[in-house]
Design a protein around this ligand. Sequence first.
Ligand SMILES: [Zn+2]
Length: 293
Amino acid sequence: MSHIHRRQLFRAGAVGLANFIIGEPLTHEAEAETRRGIFDAHLHIPSDNGENFQWHLVTRNMSEFVAYLDKCGVRRGVISSSWSNKAQTPDDYRNGNREVAKYVDRYQGRFRGSCVITPFRIDEALREIEECHKQYGFVWLGEFCNYMTNYRYDTPEWGEVMKLATRLNLVIQIHTNTKEMQFLAENFPDTTIVFPHLGGNRDDIFDRISIVARHKNTHIDLSGSGIERVGILERAVKEIGAGRVLYGSDFTINEPSAVISRVKNAFLTAVEREKILYRNVERLLGNAGHRKG
Ligand SMILES: [Zn+2]
């Protein structure tokens, strides 16, 4: 072994050791993530009245909720209140929406608030949506879950909610089965809709992806079942395009880092990953709340 060769080996070893200690240079993607932060389009906060969607409670209050998001690398998110989702009276959803406003304020810049109502007393519901928008600056509605308090999306009352969302240019996130999804996508082409969840089985997943692909005003968030099936995310991006696929976790129900892992490991470009992890939701929020054009 020559002296020069030995020196080269030493140098290579030293560089390798330095990389090991300091860490590899950040990729473009990792750098952007560090700077901007992953943005979760689908979060349910633990409510002050004890309402919490977790089946066995482990994150009991807002500080435990935020600490868990930190652990998962979720830096930002759209939050709604489970109190509002389970509302038996307008006072329940008003209280829920006000606790959302309180936490948006307390965790400056980390969360964007979302308003949830039930459509039973429609005049009060519409008034609450306007108030959340005008007084608290919310530009997002939902996640609406009709199965929780038993209402339908094909009624004149729900049509009023959709019309108001369109008029105020708000994003509306609606939990649906495939039939409801088809109905809303077809009947409200001017409304910016986010449909959570890929689907429960193969046919369901493929149908839901194709509905979103065909309706340019609609988006899908990756929370819930379906994402754990390797290849489904790639199919969604291929059919819909990365611009209308959003990272969402449905935490406190589901694990935020499970969806992030699949997005990171998926056969996607760095640009597609960035769109899914935060750019799309930033764009939706940025464009919402004022008239287009
Ligand atoms: Zn949800």
